[in-house]
Design a protein around this ligand. Structure first.
Ligand code: IPE
Ligand code: IPE
Ligand code: MG
Length: 235
């Protein structure tokens, strides 16, 4: 099988990585944010077209205030840097999730990053911020209902493809491969609809240590999978 066109990653384990080194959790997040750029470059080099990263979930608001603040600051700083490298690396940046709960300045920054990078297509980098799959589907359903009520959409026209077009990920193909770092084997409310037929890869390596070599291992594992989509194996 060829290189996955779209890889989604649950970047987990920053806190445990830091704890093991005797550092505060936020030091783990700083190291994790630094690693994002390396993985973007590695993914592009390996021929991946879409990379979708889980940065902050709808559930992560339940973390201590100081950690939430630090994460938001890191994300905003990262986005700034990302815009610079977007030009160099021809990277189209998108953000999925409900950004209306973020600071207005941060929301503006996101809109601007998406706008200036929209001309590029070498790598499509999507960052999930205040993202939760159930929240995304509920928001989509509300918009579907509104459109049915106003007559913009007929109920009979609501197919999987049409529902797809109401999701935050409407411009992206479904992920071929999902990677979760740091040992946990769960989805934590990530892309539940979009991952219906994706291959899963779990590794014990914590996110700050997940490098090009590790990405290559995940892709190698993917290439040895046998994807059937409900059919039978072709000999
Ligand atoms: C992932 O690392 C980063 C975010 C969820 C924002 P964690 O902070 O979840 O790290 P662990 O799981 O506690 O080690
Ligand atoms: C999922 O990781 C969210 C992100 C990576 C942003 P968590 O570490 O928050 O997930 P749980 O709480 O362990 O399931
Ligand atoms: Mg975690």
């Amino acid at each position: 099988m060829s290189v996955p066109q779209h890889i989604a990653i649950i970047m987990d384990g920053n806190g445990r990585w830091a704890k093991k080194k005797g550092l505060p959790r936020n030091a783990g997040h700083t190291a994790g944010a630094k690693n994002v750029e390396n993985i973007c470059l590695a993914a592009k080099k390996l021929g991946v077209k879409y990379l979708t990263l889980y940065a902050f979930s709808t559930e992560n608001w339940s973390r201590p205030d100081s950690e939430v603040k630090a994460l938001m600051k890191l994300l905003s700083g990262y986005l700034d840097k990302c815009v610079q490298t977007a030009h160099e690396n021809k990277m189209h940046i998108r953000v999925i999730g409900d950004i209306s709960r973020l600071e207005p300045k941060f929301q503006q920054q996101i809109i601007e990053a998406e706008r200036v990078s929209s001309v590029y297509e070498d790598l499509n980098l999507t960052i999930a911020i205040n993202y939760g799959s159930r929240d995304e589907m509920l928001r989509a359903m509300r918009n579907v209902c509104t459109d049915v009520k106003t007559g913009t959409l007929q109920l009979e026209e609501l197919t999987e493809a049409v529902f797809d077009s109401y999701l935050d990920t409407k411009e992206l193909p479904d992920p071929d491969l999902l990677i979760r770092t740091s040992g946990e084997q769960r989805l934590s409310n990530y892309l539940l609809w979009q991952l219906a037929y994706s291959e899963f890869y779990f590794t014990n390596v914590p996110w700050p240590e997940f490098d090009e070599q590790e990405l290559k291992k995940a892709i190698d594992a993917y290439e040895n999978r046998d994807r059937r989509y409900g059919g039978i194996k072709e000999e």
